[in-house]
Write a protein that binds this ligand. Sequence first.
Ligand code: AMP
Length: 230
Amino acid sequence: MNDRLGADAPRLIILLVGAVGAGKGTQAAILSRELRLPHLASGNLFRAAMAAHTELGDEARGFMERGELVPDEMTIRMFMEELGASRAARGAILDGFPRTVGQARALDETLARQGERIRRVIYIDVPTEDLIRRVAGRWICLQCGTPYHETTDPPMVDGHCNRDGSVLTQRDDDRPEVVRARLERQVPPMLEVVDHYQRAAIVDRLDGTRPIEEVTAEILSRIGETAASA
Ligand code: AMP
């Protein structure tokens, strides 16, 4: 659908918002393929910078290891650089940034200086108790990396990998009490960002409890309307 955009059409910059377990990463990957736009995930960008031992990666490491947000100034600098890169020439799917109102304002101001703006904010809404059930049901085989889910994708033999029979493990940060704590920290600032964009009336709040394909179809239809009205 993005093919309809001419060379001088405004960039299609879409922000995906959702808590851990809402399916944001899954949807971002599908949308990136469908719309042929890069998926810019701030967490992945920081992890890549850390792995490559860039100055930014080394500065961000401590914050990430403590599970804290990286300071706005560094995050904004890193993300704006990515958004300015040639691979984002036709637009991008933003994931994980902006995560604070300060970041949102800085992003808006930079885009406005270029005559641009975030075109659509897609908020994938899933009630907290569902999120905990989804994330806390995740198990993984440490031998081969195959993920399972207690209710939606259980192994054939309880607690063992279908492929190699290894005992399945639960990640420490996927345990219910840890997930709850992560959500309590993560959700309020996320809602503030949604609220910030609600003022510009560009937020689509979607029911994320539905099957993946249904959520994708609705997102694509909303983005289609946005692209057509450019
Ligand atoms: P994520 O993969 O989105 O959970 O991000 C992993 C870590 O990267 C977070 O815990 C933060 O330390 C850092 N991070 C990612 N995005 C941001 C952001 N927008 N603002 C500040 N820190 C971020």
